[in-house]
Design a protein around this ligand. Structure first.
Ligand code: SF4
Ligand code: SF4
Length: 111
């Protein structure tokens, strides 16, 4: 996998770019991704700011804030930031749809 080489070299941002390109989670991530319950979320963006840059898994789409499971390691720094505790483990996550990947590609560093 190309991103394994990047991680070994300390290129964590490259790892995120590779995940975006592959649209896939790291195979060695043991924890499931997280998801935001939109009915409870107050769209404060605290989680977005708390998600480590090497993951950059959270996006504010205007009407809601979402976690991209393919980019989320499940670390879970965002959970500590959320004032309303609406970020849950998502064992049954589904692949991110094409339109959202297009948006992510437009905002990705160095993509
Ligand atoms: S669990 Fe970690 S990687 Fe996933 S969205 Fe939260 S802070 Fe980001
Ligand atoms: S920190 Fe919690 S309430 Fe704020 S945007 Fe993130 S999920 Fe929503």
């Amino acid at each position: 996998m190309p991103w394994e080489k990047n991680e070994a070299a300390g290129g964590e941002t490259s790892g995120r770019d590779a995940r975006i390109a592959a649209r896939a989670r790291e195979e060695n991530w043991k924890k499931p991704p997280r998801r935001i319950e939109s009915a409870e979320c107050i769209t404060c963006d605290s989680c977005l700011r708390g998600c480590p840059a090497e993951f950059g898994a959270i996006f504010d789409r205007g009407l809601d804030v979402v976690i991209i499971p393919e980019l989320c390691s499940g670390c879970p720094a965002c959970v500590l930031e959320c004032p309303v505790d609406c970020i849950y483990v998502d064992e049954d996550w589904t692949p991110t749809d094409e339109s959202l990947w297009k948006h992510i590609e437009l905002t990705a560093d160095g993509a």
